[in-house]
Design a protein around this ligand. Sequence first.
Ligand code: NAD
Ligand code: 89V
Length: 340
Amino acid sequence: MTMKGALIGCGFFAENQLHAWRDIEGVDIVALCDRDPVRLKFCTEKFGVTRTYSDAAEMFASGGFDFVDIATTAPSHRPLVEMAAQAGVHIICQKPFAETMQDARAMVVAAKNAGKTLMVHENFRWQLPIQAALKAVRSGAIGTPFFCRVSFRSGYDVFSGQPYLAKGKRFIIEDLGIHILDIARAFVGDVSQISATTRRINPNIKGEDVATMMLSHDGGATSIVDCSYATQRKPETFPQSLLEIDGTEGTLRLDAGYKLTVQGKTDSEIDVSPPLLPWAEKPWHNIQESVQTIQQHFVTCIATGTEPETSGTDNLKTLALVEAAYLSAETGTAINLSDI
Ligand code: NAD
Ligand code: 89V
């Protein structure tokens, strides 16, 4: 049976989501919504979706779809998720899930009350190189991890494609750090305490573009999660997240160039480069491939009635890390996650 979907927010990133939906079997995007007529027209023509709306409320009132893909920026997420829950459709919503924990919790409650799946499009842990590393660690290849480093350092100009990133009070933790904090959670579990420092190096942006975070995980592991958009490096590694994970029986490295090295019960060194999908382009292909993987996961979870790995409920813990990191940087103290 075909699952019908509608997408709200036909901006910079939505094109990837629309390409991925087109390639996922059993899914048909039947309606598009954007309050910007230029973007709406662009996506309508590119993807041949003829039912279009400038107002999401009108689209929900017309109905005729099983799920909605919310591809707008964070300020609109809560009203749109609540409308979707009210309309009784499943929801996949872009990160950052919300601007406040209060909004995020309200969205989780709304979807729960409606009995519908709510998944956050938190796609970095779904990248093929990260999945390969997760598979190795979860198989016990390096024993029990006690140290994890997730590092994303780049000088890539993200502002030309996403100009809003230069304008917000918050930048790198909220936009990018959120992804790699989620990766740390995927490897070594939930977090009890975090401390963070931030800097702004680029004078032309409003928020911080460097952050260094230290996390104490419930299981006893420690993580260093560090990110920068002020790092001039050659070759440029955007958008690779690099890993160093030490376990009781070995060590794993994901190095620049998608090189995965495991030294443990058995040693291996493999190339885990993501494929270049027909509609993708380098260097974004790593992110683009994960969009297809996460959207497929959403469809599979709905079909099988299972909770998505990056569900709204799960994402509350990643979002709490973002809030706690900003609070720590502002106050100069370590923050207990139980206080967020
Ligand atoms: P964008 O500003 O280019 O696009 C957002 C679009 O949503 C705009 O066209 C805007 O007109 C529309 N919109 C906003 N509110 C609306 C509403 N209430 N009703 C109808 N239309 C509305 O932004 P973007 O760069 O595409 O980013 C969108 C989201 O995707 C952000 O939250 C961003 O963080 C996220 N993102 C995620 C990844 C990833 O890898 N997961 C990568 C890039 C961006
Ligand atoms: O993935 C993202 O959220 C993007 C980028 C990779 C540029 O940070 O905004």
